[in-house]
Design a protein around this ligand. Structure first.
Ligand code: SAM
Length: 243
């Protein structure tokens, strides 16, 4: 397939990812609930519980899209804290900003259009960075991880929530069938866009597995890197620290 990233160039992948998220932005939240049967909410809740974020802290919700994490962290950090929702895609940012305003989340959230590979923030700006279902879409993941390391404060942590490799073989087969057959069909019916969901399936298949991502985080400078498998490894939460 032409979605095999090994065969597409850097500029092409970036354009592909941009098109996908411009296309799905308006129905992104609905599709998340449909395709994960609502379970993405449980994965996100667990991630927040693992974040250790406290009142008054600065949090970066990177590739934050429609801002599920920004909404939650905004409440946790309170008026003395700050949340930055950063995303490369202005359609996703727009949907996110509107959603958060409707939820009454205002005052301590900023919106920034930015590429994870070259973050436009000063060194040591954040206590915590969360990148949720975002790293998979980034072209140069090592560069992005180094950029995240740079903008973290010493003592800060990075959380990466991402699709990963199911640890049970039968589940893996079922899951592959689901990704490559069911996902595009639902995409076609709900957003009239099977291609975008074919991209989603392919990007999940291509993403580094648990131990590879752990190694990549270590190579970018992160310490004490560990991960938790969620839903038997369909998703993994990686956490690493900057000391
Ligand atoms: N974090 C949200 C969540 O968990 O629901 C949204 C995840 S959505 C699947 C992926 C997001 O990554 C999209 O909004 C997309 O625009 C963004 N993205 C893709 N490549 C990016 C990059 N290089 N830098 C920043 N954001 C990027």
């Amino acid at each position: 397939t032409h979605f095999g990233f090994k065969t597409v160039g850097k500029a092409e992948k970036q354009q592909l990812v941009a098109n996908v998220f411009h296309s799905v932005a308006g129905k992104y939240d609905l599709m998340n609930d449909l395709l994960s049967f609502g379970v993405h909410r449980v994965w996100k809740r667990f991630t927040i519980d693992c974040s250790g974020v406290r009142k008054g802290q600065n949090v970066l919700d990177l590739a934050g899209g429609t801002g599920d994490f920004s909404a939650k962290f905004s409440r946790i950090v309170g008026a003395d804290g700050r949340v930055v929702l950063a995303d490369i895609n202005d359609s996703m940012l727009q949907v996110g900003r509107e959603k958060l305003r409707n939820l009454g989340v205002v005052g301590n959230v900023e919106y920034v259009q930015a590429n994870a590979e070259a973050l436009p923030f000063a060194d040591a700006s954040f206590d915590c960075i969360i990148i949720s279902f975002g790293l998979r879409n980034v072209t140069d993941k090592d560069k992005a991880l180094r950029s995240m390391y740079r903008v973290l404060k010493p003592g800060g942590r990075l959380l990466v929530l991402e699709f990963s490799k199911p640890i049970l073989d039968p589940l893996s087969k079922l899951y592959n069938f689901y990704s490559f057959n069911i996902l595009p069909k639902v995409g076609e019916v709900v957003v009239n866009d099977a291609e975008s969901y074919r991209y989603l399936a392919e990007s999940i298949r291509m993403h580094p597995d648990q131990d590879t991502l752990k190694t990549m985080m270590g190579a970018a400078g992160f310490e004490n890197v560990d991960y938790y498998n969620l839903s038997a490894g369909i998703v993994a939460l990686h956490r690493g620290y900057k000391f």
